[in-house]
Each structure stands twice: as structure tokens, then as C-alpha cells.
Design a protein around this ligand. Structure first.
Ligand SMILES: *Cc1c(COP(=O)(O)O)cnc(C)c1O
Length: 367
């Protein structure tokens, strides 16, 4: 049987891409803030309803750069239930990660547990809108304001997500996006940083180009993380079809929910009121006793039949060798995160899943 993959990249039409490549070849301007780079930034700012955005080569460097730009040091409170890049960005800045447990209602950091983790060395909070489900940004901001902390959101999963008509990317001091091939919207590799004011945008643009403010002035020890013209052109084309891709994902989610609603031992998320979702992932949680199989048994049975789920996020970041020794990395400190990591399975979710694919996937849940 043909393989059903967990994701499938949204690809622009080759003809249209060729047309843009021709323009790039003719201009001979292939990187360094060219016309496609500027066009994609403008188009994304409008689509995402954010005031300022800066393109990057991937979704990890904006995390590292945001921490640099805000001069974050000491300790940062973050979630263990994410992709490793979240915590790695702290490590690359010499910052000590402090893990706080998550709220199983949205898989994001639990605001009620943040204050207990604050020390005199804490300078910021780095939450994740996990699976694109909005964090409790209001509660997090209240804590940040009370203690004078910065908030940088890893919004890699939250492309296009809105709460009551407002982009979730406008929360906190800055938010980062990933445009990796596996994400809802991709530029093959790519990412972005969202900020609230022009001055910050300017500083970020310097930092992603070695710190150059002009030909002869370097204002800070910057890095090279500029998106090139080819990926920017690809991104312009993909932005035109991302709404259709999200609509197709929504249909898949609808079918999954209908079929799984009455399966004993399987739980999943419904849409949150007032939230415009992007259906970036479809996590289910397996109660082994009630379902009759453990998450791993289900995962490997599916894999044998060429249906690829993903145990996302397992293991927890706090369980990787680099971070395991941290005082906040213990199972006792992170009971909810461990519970989810041990039971979660993300079902295949992308714009190209057919009814036949969905039938094959759902067959694993028939009694
Ligand atoms: C994908 C992802 C990243 C990293 O993005 P890259 O573009 O792969 O560097 C960071 N955080 C989260 C939560 C992600 O899912």
C-alpha cells in the first residue's frame, strides 16, 4: 500500500515559479533585500495582520536573534512540550532554560505555574502556541508586566492564527514563525520575526545582516540569516494558495473528529471559540486502558501498514541529554507535559489527503 505521510509540502506551480526565476536571473539580484524579499515581507504583513515582519532563512534564527535584540540573559521560563529549537535558541545565547509545566487544555505553558519559577535571574518568558493553539497571552502578559519580563512567542505553528479577529502574532514583545517544508506555509526553509514598531524592525534587519546599518557601520554582532530571492519568490506564490490549503486541512479535521468522537480512549481538540485555526496538526491522545492499545502500539501498527503518524512532542525537550540535568527538567516538575508526551500521536495532516487516505487512517480506530 502506498505510503501516507504525516505532512506534505505546499508547492507552487512550476510554470509560475519558472516565470519568477526568469525575472530573478534577468535582474541578477539573488539575495540581500531584493524586490522579492521586500514584496514577500509586505504581502505577509498584510496577510498576517501584523505591523512589521522580517524574513529569515529558517525558524530557529529568529528565536536566537530576538533574544539577542532584546538583550535577554540569565534565565528564561519556557515549555518542555515543543520542538527542540525553542530551548536550543536559549542555549545558543548562554541562557539557562527553566521548564514550566503545560496546561493540557491548549498544550501551552501553564500561566498558573510561571510565578513559582521566577528568580532574580529571570528576564523573559518564551511560550509556544503549540499546534497553533493560542496560549493564554493575557495571563502571560500580566505576569510579565508584574515582574518586568519580556515575552518572546515561538509561533512556528501559528501561521495565520487569530483570536477575535486579531493576529496571535501581535502578542508579547516579538513572535517568530517557521516556514519549513513541514509547516502549513513554507518557503522550503525559511522563517520570520514579527515586531510592533519600525525601530525594532530596523534593528532586526541589521542583526540578520551581520549588524550592518550601512556600508561602513556595524551596530551589533549580527548574524547572517537573510532570506534569498529564490525562496522569497517561492513564498509569494505559496501565499496565494495557503488559504485553500488551510481549508483542505479543515475538512480533514472535520472528518477525523466525526469518526473519532465516539471512540473510547481517544481524545482530541475541538476548535476554540473565537479562534481562527490553521489546522497545522491533528494530535490525538491515547488512553491505553480504554482504547485497548498503547500510543506506541498504535503508532507502530500504523507504521507497519505504511501510515505515518508522528509522536510530536515525544520525548520532551527536557528529556534530551543536553537539558536532562537541569533542576526544572524532572518528571515531578512536569507531570502534564509527560502525560501528553507519553500519549500523543499526530495523525497525518496536510492539504493532499484523499478520502481514501482518511479511510485507511481511520480504519485503525474501528472496533
Ligand atoms: C519548526 C519549529 C521550529 C524551527 O523552525 P525551523 O524553520 O525548522 O528552524 C521552532 N519551533 C517550533 C515549535 C517548530 O515547530
Amino acid at each position: 500500500m502506498e505510503q501516507i505521510t504525516v505532512t506534505s509540502p505546499l508547492l507552487p506551480s512550476l510554470d509560475e515559479f519558472n516565470e519568477m526565476l526568469k525575472q530573478i536571473w534577468e535582474s541578477k539580484w539573488i539575495t540581500n533585500n531584493g524586490q522579492f524579499h521586500r514584496r514577500l515581507e509586505a504581502a505577509l504583513a498584510e496577510y498576517l495582520k501584523v505591523p512589521y515582519i522580517s524574513l529569515f532563512t529558517n525558524g530557529t534564527l529568529p528565536l536566537i536573534t530576538a533574544l539577542q535584540a532584546l538583550r535577554i540573559t540569565g534565565e528564561v521560563i519556557t515549555t518542555p512540550y515543543s520542538f527542540v529549537a525553542t530551548t536550543h535558541s536559549l542555549w545558543w545565547n548562554g541562557i539557562k532554560p527553566v521548564f514550566v509545566d503545560i496546561d493540557p487544555a491548549n498544550c501551552g505553558i501553564d500561566p498558573n505555574k510561571i510565578e513559582a519559577a521566577i528568580t532574580p535571574k529571570t528576564t523573559a518568558i518564551m511560550p509556544v502556541h503549540c499546534y497553533g493553539k493560542p496560549c493564554d497571552t493575557k495571563a502571560i502578559q500580566e505576569i510579565a508586566d508584574k515582574y518586568g519580563l519580556r515575552v518572546i512567542y515561538d509561533a512556528a505553528h501559528a501561521f495565520g492564527v487569530e483570536v477575535n479577529g486579531e493576529s496571535i502574532l501581535n502578542a508579547g514583545d516579538m513572535s517568530t514563525l517557521s516556514f519549513h517544508a513541514t509547516k502549513v506555509y513554507n518557503t522550503i526553509e525559511g522563517g520570520a520575526l514579527v515586531m510592533h514598531d519600525e525601530q525594532t524592525k530596523k534593528r532586526i534587519d541589521y542583526l540578520k545582516n551581520f549588524g550592518f546599518a550601512n556600508e561602513t557601520t556595524v551596530v551589533a554582532p549580527g548574524i547572517n540569516s537573510k532570506m534569498d530571492e529564490i525562496r522569497a519568490a517561492y513564498g509569494i506564490l505559496n501565499l496565494r494558495q495557503v488559504d485553500a490549503a488551510i481549508a483542505a486541512r479543515q475538512e480533514v479535521a472535520k472528518k477525523y473528529r466525526e469518526a473519532l468522537r465516539d471512540v473510547e480512549g481517544i481524545t482530541f481538540f475541538d476548535d476554540m471559540p473565537g479562534v481562527k485555526h490553521n489546522y497545522s496538526y491533528f494530535p490525538i491522545f491515547v488512553d491505553a486502558t480504554k482504547f485497548g492499545q498503547s500510543r506506541d502500539e498504535l503508532y507502530f501498527r500504523m507504521k507497519e501498514a505504511n501510515v505515518l503518524g508522528r509522536r510530536y512532542f515525544y520525548p520532551l525537550i527536557s528529556d534530551f541529554s543536553t537539558y536532562r540535568g537541569l533542576p526544572s527538567a524532572t518528571r515531578e516538575n512536569l507531570p502534564e507535559a509527560y502525560k501528553l508526551a507519553d500519549t500523543v500521536l499526530c495523525l497525518p495532516m496536510h492539504h493532499e489527503l484523499t478520502d481514501n487516505d482518511i479511510e485507511r487512517i481511520l480504519a485503525f480506530f474501528n472496533k
